[in-house]
Design a protein around this ligand. Structure first.
Ligand SMILES: C[S@@+](CC[C@H](N)C(=O)[O-])C[C@H]1O[C@@H](n2cnc3c(N)ncnc32)[C@H](O)[C@@H]1O
Length: 377
């Protein structure tokens, strides 16, 4: 892995000091979800909250809207269909990243009255504001509002691309019985420590194992216990909405497959992927795949109806990504044509993002049709 620069090391050291203090305060161990929350979102120190460039070639990883504006244009076709079917013409985006997807969507959906962004990171919020100011006409920028909390009685589209995978997870391991793991400090580095033999994560994992069948000794995996509180809060602050969440993930039987014995936690540092979240605190992204069955169950329990579920590849093809690429001006020269062909492959092919990424739609107090999502289940 490329070594961090002097400034990066200084930054990470400040976060390390804070984490050591937290670990001491909590008698030697903090739960992993708390560690992940701090290293990603601690104001001024966490990976997403500090000034590092995260997205694109100069950053650590690339998301779909950074790969191609065809992603946003095709998603806009789906949103257009929601508008035509009676959904209010507002968009609420969670975790807007660089702001690129917002620009892509609002430019292709001129009928959008208000575009709201909820962004945990103050640094990203500033970057989004600067980017959108540069990219869009003032009349369009004036329709974008950053919110500090959920709106009241919101109507319209709610969506997030790669937001669920960025939520802090609990880590559990099976050593005769299930234990939740936490993070300690041995004087030199952070290390895994047993945190709890009871608690929500252990109970939730026992229930999953009870449902799916016994998992092998030594199995280590993670659980995202944020879906339910997040969806409940969304339910309480909305009236008529369609929710579109796009992310990499599995259905539960695949997620907790006996052979996936090391879980799905992945770290990104300067376009290198590895599985050790305890190194480079604050300098690397940490994510976990989404358990779409758990998300769907939490949605139904929170009062949403499942509108549909599909792979990203099928979703983009059904919403006309190929036709979008044929639009006049899209492919003026041979190099552009080759670039666009490559972008479409990356977004849709099963071996690239096409099958790993899924799209789940929920709705509340609407009766929308989801033909682009009917294909999987
Ligand atoms: C992997 S990035 C994806 C960014 C962007 N959506 C994209 O596709 O390029 C995750 C984003 O989600 C944000 N985030 C994570 N949890 C969030 C939450 N609970 N509410 C709002 N934003 C959140 C992060 O700050 C970051 O902007």
């Amino acid at each position: 892995m490329p070594p961090p620069g002097v400034q990066e090391i200084e930054h990470s050291n400040r976060l390390i000091e804070f984490l050591i203090g937290e670990i001491e305060r909590q008698k030697g161990v903090i739960p992993f979800n708390e560690y992940m929350h701090h290293v990603l979102y601690r104001p001024g120190l966490g990976y997403y909250s500090a000034g590092k460039i995260k997205f694109g070639k100069a950053g650590d990883f690339v998301t779909a809207p950074e790969i191609s504006d065809l992603f946003g244009r095709t998603l806009a076709n789906q949103f257009e269909s929601f508008y035509r079917q009676g959904c209010a013409t507002n968009i609420l985006e969670f975790g807007a990243g660089s702001g690129r997807l917002c620009a892509q969507l609002i430019s292709h959906l001129p009928e959008t009255k208000s575009y709201y962004i909820i962004e945990l990171s103050a640094d990203l919020r500033q970057r989004q504001q600067a980017y959108l100011q540069r990219q869009l006409e003032q009349e369009i920028v004036d329709r974008i509002t950053w919110l500090d909390e959920l709106p009241v009685d919101y109507n319209g589209i709610v969506f997030g691309n790669e937001v669920l995978d960025a939520m802090p997870v609990h880590v559990v391991t099976k050593l005769q019985q299930w234990h939740e793991l936490g993070v300690g400090f041995d004087g030199e580095r952070f290390h895994w420590r047993r945190y709890s033999d009871t608690g929500h994560a252990v109970t939730a994992m026992q229930a999953i194992e009870g449902e799916l069948g016994s998992l092998p000794e030594g199995y280590c995996t993670e659980l995202n216990l944020n879906y339910k509180p997040w969806l409940r809060a969304l339910q309480a602050s909305t009236q008529q909405v369609v929710v579109v969440m796009i992310d990499y993930g599995y259905e539960q039987a695949q997620y907790y497959h006996p052979e996936r014995c090391d879980g799905t936690l992945i770290c990104h540092y300067r376009h290198r992927m590895h599985a050790d979240p305890l190194v480079y605190p604050g300098l690397q992204d940490i994510t976990a795949f989404v358990d779409f069955d758990a998300f769907a169950t939490a949605a139904v329990e929170s009062g949403f109806e499942i509108g549909g579920f599909s792979t990203q590849g099928a979703f983009l093809l059904s919403n006309g990504i190929l036709e979008e690429a044929e639009q006049p001006g899209s492919q003026d020269d041979t190099m552009t044509r080759l670039d666009i062909a490559q972008q479409i492959k990356t977004l849709t092919l099963p071996a690239e993002m096409g099958e790993k990424f899924k799209v789940m739609c929920l709705q509340k107090n609407l009766s929308l049709e989801f033909p682009a999502l009917a294909s999987v289940r």
